[in-house]
Design a protein around this ligand. Structure first.
Ligand code: SF4
Ligand code: SF4
Length: 340
């Protein structure tokens, strides 16, 4: 582990701006949000998670996959990826990217995501939980892989952990780092212990037991209760760092000569998500849609991708206008399971 001073941190960020398109937390309407950073002053590292996750820099809300020339009868793939760096990702966010890496490499590899991921440098930063965070209960409060550099703020600077060759050369190039002292490393452990005590939200069951607990909850009354107040707005899916569903559409020009195949984010809490040809909707009610979403997070994907698809960032609970809180719902399901 290395120690870098505040001055070195500035030089690191300025180096990133020079070499990459840099994205990081900026202040937007009073809340932390990810945006383009062109100068050191714009970067506002925040101790709490951003309102919207950074997944859009790897998996854009809308992107062209193919271009067609209808007259010629030809089609070409479109892959756009540029050297980019994302700074200010918290450990839960890095876990989320690790999950997306598995998703987009599964089966037929997704050329667009993987090309962008290859060209993306990840610089994580330590955070503190707010009242919605529950990463400690999920096991994502700390992270050991998936980042190039991970920074922990200490008095006078940062402890930097490097997770890749790219990260090590970046630190070497832009920061006159020295080895962290034993006291600084002990200070880091102390910080983790203090952080654990700050969580106001915790899950009442081991994360590893949640797939089984959810498997017994299909008939729980909780789905009708939350389904009755849900607006079906899709915000919880949009802000979530691990939701990756998309729809694919063809945009054809008026003269019918050219077309583009685009993919756009989709959301399982939107009414038309499960509508199939003929107009039949196989998850018509909000209760069914929410049951599906929660099961995707804690049950359905756990086997295939070896991990829960909720990293405990609390974004969906923070953003929901009717205060549907994923941790509270899960704890209700845990309580019901104990009565069975
Ligand atoms: S954000 Fe809340 S209201 Fe909107 S779809 Fe999600 S659970 Fe329903
Ligand atoms: S389901 Fe909610 S708490 Fe879990 S990762 Fe997604 S936004 Fe975060």
């Amino acid at each position: 582990m290395d120690f870098i001073s505040k001055k070195d941190f500035r030089s690191l960020v300025e180096g990133l701006i020079k070499e990459y398109t840099l994205y990081g937390p900026i202040k937007k309407d009073g809340s932390p949000a990810f945006g383009r950073i062109d100068g050191f002053g714009q970067l506002k590292l925040s101790s709490t998670p951003s309102h919207i996750s950074a997944k859009g820099f790897l998996f854009p809300p809308k992107e062209t996959l193919l271009r067609f020339d209808i007259e010629k009868g030809s089609a070409e793939g479109v892959v756009t990826a540029e050297d980019q760096a994302i700074i200010g990702l918290n450990s839960c966010d890095v876990h989320a990217i690790n999950l997306l890496d598995r998703v987009f490499a599964y089966g037929t590899p997704d050329a667009n995501y993987l090309a962008r991921r290859k060209k993306t440098l990840i610089i994580g930063t330590e955070c503190l939980p707010d009242e919605y965070c529950f990463c400690d209960s999920i096991g994502t409060m700390t992270v050991e892989e998936g980042f190039d550099v991970f920074l922990h703020k200490l008095r006078g600077g940062f402890i930097a952990r490097t997770g890749s060759k790219r990260g090590r050369s970046l630190i070497k190039k832009y920061a006159s780092a020295r080895k962290a002292t034993k006291e600084e490393i002990a200070g880091l452990k102390g910080l983790a212990e203090k952080k654990k005590k700050l969580f106001k939200t915790t899950l009442d069951a081991e994360a590893s037991s949640l797939p089984l607990i959810y498997a017994g909850a299909d008939l729980s009354p909780v789905w009708d209760r939350i389904g009755a107040i849900c607006y079906g707005c899709g915000s919880c899916n949009n802000v979530c760092p691990t939701c990756y569903c998309f729809d694919v559409k063809d945009d054809v020009t008026m003269d019918l000569k050219k077309a583009e195949r685009v993919r756009v984010w989709d959301a399982c809490t939107l009414e038309d998500f499960a509508k199939v040809s003929g107009g039949y909707n196989f998850r018509k009610t909000r209760a069914d849609q929410l049951r599906h979403r929660f099961n995707r997070k804690f049950r359905y994907l756990a086997d295939r991708f070896k991990g829960l698809f909720c990293v405990g960032c609390g974004r969906c609970s923070r953003t929901c206008l009717v205060r549907i809180n994923i941790a509270e719902v899960t704890n209700e399901i845990v309580r019901e399971s104990k009565k069975r």
